[in-house]
Every structure is written in structure tokens, then in C-alpha cells.
Design a protein around this ligand. Structure first.
Ligand SMILES: *Cc1c(COP(=O)(O)O)cnc(C)c1O
Length: 420
């Protein structure tokens, strides 16, 4: 089972192929659709989420001249990659394990008059407290950037994630809410920031014909191999680096190609239905975890689109054992990021002093459960059983086996799950 899945449908691939041979208005069309859907002043389509972030940072730096970019100490390594690529300084701020949002005491200390922006991050699709982050930014004239790479289509208090801050971005990478095999989208309601980004964007080159062909071929292969019956194949090829977390010393920053934009045909319908499925899976997990796996805590919040469902287990040893067994069973559970931003070797010596105990705890205890459309109730049950099995130590006890039988026969299992 893959940890995430957002296959590109056949019609999207066909439209992409057709666009290789003319039809050069796809980029404009999708850009307009993004503006309409997200009710923003301007949108910009680029080659990846990290490219989107790098462009935003370069534009903001042009506006204010400031250099410090505050990011969560627990996030995707692509984020500091983009900060470094933009020639700016990474300032990690610790996160709270219970929310995966900033530690607000520390945030208040690290944001100062030299802070270009703070990155509010909706990790795994769970909304960050953007209003609270804004209240800290406002005093220091700091820009609020929303990293909605994992939260496209999410809504909190009636506001679309990615559009609450001064400027936001989405990722169209393979494992994201909506995929174009790769890609990034910048959205902003601010005219001033929009103009500055447009200046940067106009200067970018565009994806080559060869690159577009390769991308379409990869998308086609991914759409087939992402199926649970076949995923063992790419998962067993280490050179593909699936699920790997990397720090990119360099990466291309290009306008999105016409062919890639063309694959986003009916993107709104695809995004809405994929997120609806993820929401249903997550709700089912939350109920099942409460009933059958009382030793693990899900990090849940209202409005989350749950690209994956994050859970916290007891400690590092438990996490390791679960991952080992989950991998052997092919359950699609993932360790998420292997370390904190302070532990990224490429950033050694480049960060201001500080500590991130909350982020270290997250690295030790966090696992994610797959929520995509290939997940079945039998699969969720196997996940819950594994979690509980490891939590209570070792192989199933007779009581548990009885419960398992009850669960698998579909009856309401236990009135007091803590008993086992
Ligand atoms: C994936 C991701 C990015 C970068 O997006 P790419 O399209 O992979 O470059 C940035 N931030 C977060 C939180 C992400 O998950």
C-alpha cells in the first residue's frame, strides 16, 4: 500500500499528450481557474512546490530587503532547500507535538525586526493557527506565508487554506492532495506581493519539450504502479527513492509547462473527491483507533484534509517496531520526516543557535496512516490491530484474538477497549 496516492486520470494524461502539440493556452486557463476558485488577486504556476516557495521568498526579499525566514523545525526538507536556494537564512522554530503547529512561546522570541516572513504550515493537511501566527507577525511587520503544500482544498472557519496569509502556495507533487506529477502554485490576495511575484515569474524559463514528455511518461507509470497490487514493484526499487526525504542543494525553478498544466483538466472535481475520500478514511480511523488502539493518539483537528493521518505512539522504540512490522505487511504507514530541520546535515553551521525538543519528540513518535482511496476497511483494521499489538507488547493475547474475531465478523467489538 502506498503512503499517499493521487493518480492522474486517463483524461488528464490524454490532455497532457495533446498539449505537447500545440494548444498553448492551458497555463492561462488553469491560472484563471485557480484565481476564481480561491478568490485571489493573482496565481502563478511553476515547476514544483519548492520552486513556488523560492519565487515567493525572492519576491518578498525584493520588497523588504529582509533575510530571515522562520520555518517549523519539523517540516519537509524541501522547505529549507527553497530558503537556501533563494539565498536567505533559515530560522527554525520548534513545534508542539500535540498540534504539529509552532511552539508559540518560541515563535514570539525568534520573530524580530529582521524577519522577512514566517511560514505557517498546514502539515499533513491539518490547519495551522494562522490568526495566532499573524498576531505575532503584525508587531514586527513580518509577512505571513502559508505553506499549504499538503493542504490544497482544505478550509478552516470558511477560509481556504493557502489564502489566509499574505501569500500561500500549493504543491502538485506525486504525494500531494492533487498531483500533476510535480508542480507548484502560488496564490495571493495582495496586489503589491502579486506584482513583485509577477516580475520574478516573467523572468523564469519554461519546462523543455523533453522534460514534458518525460513527465507525462512518469505520470502514466505512476498512475498504474500506485495501485496496491503493484506498488511492491516501485517500492522495491531503491533508486526511485520513493518516500525519501531529501535536502535539495539545487533544483530547477521554471514556469509550469503547457502539457503539465493540461493534465490539470477537471482539477477541481479531482481534488474535491480525493479530499472527501481522505476525510472519510480519517474519520473511520479516528473512531476505530479510539475503540481498538487506545495506546496511540491521533493528531486530529477540525478542517483537516488529512493528506495522511498523523498519530503519536509511545516512544522511539515503539515507532521502530511498528514501522518494521508495517513495512513487512505492506501497510503504507510512514515515518514522515527522518529528523528535525536542526538535524539536516547540509544545514550544519548555517542555523542560529537554539533547540527544538518538541520537534525531536515528533521525530521519535510520529507515524502517518494512509488515507487515500485504495485504503479499505480491512486495511484500516489491520493497521489498528498492529498498533495495539505492538502497544501491549508482542503477539496477540487470547483476549485480543477473541476481539479480533469479533471485529472481523463486523459486530460491535468492545464496550471498554481499555480492558485489552
Ligand atoms: C511537498 C512539500 C513542499 C515542496 O513541494 P514540492 O512540490 O515537493 O517541491 C513544501 N512544503 C511541504 C510542507 C511539503 O510537504
Amino acid at each position: 500500500m502506498p503512503p499517499t496516492a493521487a493518480p492522474v486520470p486517463f483524461q488528464g494524461l490524454a490532455a497532457g499528450c495533446a498539449a505537447l502539440f500545440g494548444g498553448a493556452d492551458q497555463l492561462d486557463r488553469v491560472t484563471r481557474e485557480m484565481c476564481d476558485e480561491f478568490e485571489v488577486e493573482s496565481a502563478f504556476l511553476v515547476s514544483s512546490g519548492k520552486a513556488a516557495l523560492a519565487v515567493v521568498l525572492q519576491a518578498l526579499h525584493q520588497l523588504t530587503g529582509r533575510r530571515k525566514v522562520v520555518i517549523p523545525a519539523y517540516t519537509c526538507y524541501s522547505v529549507p532547500s527553497a530558503v537556501v536556494k533563494a539565498g536567505l537564512e533559515v530560522v527554525p522554530c520548534d513545534v508542539e507535538p500535540k498540534t504539529l503547529d509552532f511552539n508559540f512561546d518560541q515563535l514570539g522570541q525568534v520573530v524580530d525586526g529582521n524577519t522577512l516572513c514566517v511560514l505557517a504550515t498546514h502539515l499533513f493537511g491539518a490547519p495551522a493557527d494562522v490568526d495566532r501566527i499573524r498576531s505575532i507577525c503584525r508587531n514586527r511587520d513580518t509577512v505571513l506565508v502559508e505553506d499549504a503544500a499538503q493542504a490544497m482544498g482544505g478550509v478552516t472557519n470558511g477560509r481556504a487554506l493557502g489564502t489566509i496569509g499574505d501569500v500561500g502556495f500549493f504543491s502538485l507533487g506525486r504525494g500531494k492532495n492533487l498531483s500533476a506529477g510535480g508542480g507548484g502554485i502560488i496564490v495571493t490576495r495582495s496586489r503589491e506581493i502579486g506584482v513583485a511575484i509577477k516580475e520574478e515569474w516573467d523572468r523564469l524559463g519554461q519546462e523543455s519539450f523533453g522534460g514534458a514528455v518525460k513527465n507525462l511518461a512518469e505520470m502514466a507509470a505512476t498512475s498504474v504502479l500506485i495501485n496496491p497490487g503493484l506498488y511492491w514493484l516501485p517500492a522495491g526499487l531503491p533508486f526511485l527513492g520513493l518516500g525519501e526525504t531529501r535536502f535539495y542543494r539545487d533544483f530547477p525553478i521554471l514556469k509550469m509547462g503547457e502539457a503539465r498544466a493540461a493534465t490539470l483538466k477537471n482539477w477541481k472535481g479531482r481534488l474535491t473527491s480525493a479530499n472527501a475520500v481522505r476525510g472519510e478514511q480519517a474519520r473511520a480511523y479516528l473512531e476505530e483507533l479510539r475503540a481498538y488502539s487506545p495506546h496511540v493518539a491521533a493528531v486530529s483537528s477540525p478542517g483537516a484534509v488529512y493528506l495522511r493521518l498523523p498519530i503519536l505512539v509511545r516512544d522511539r522504540a515503539m515507532k521502530r517496531e511498528i514501522l518494521q512490522r508495517a513495512t513487512a505487511l505492506g501497510l503504507g504507514m510512514s515515518q514522515a520526516y527522518p529528523g528535525t530541520i536542526r538535524q539536516v546535515p547540509e544545514l550544519e553551521g548555517a542555523l542560529p543557535p537554539g533547540d527544538a525538543p518538541g520537534s525531536r519528540e515528533v521525530v521519535d513518535r510520529l507515524l502517518t496512516l494512509p488515507t487515500h482511496r485504495f485504503v479499505t476497511s480491512a486495511h484500516r483494521r489491520a493497521v489498528c490491530r498492529l498498533l495495539e499489538d505492538v502497544a501491549v507488547g508482542g503477539s496477540a493475547t487470547p483476549v485480543q484474538q477473541a476481539v479480533d474475531r469479533t471485529v472481523s465478523s463486523g459486530r460491535r467489538a468492545v464496550s471498554n477497549p481499555k480492558c485489552w
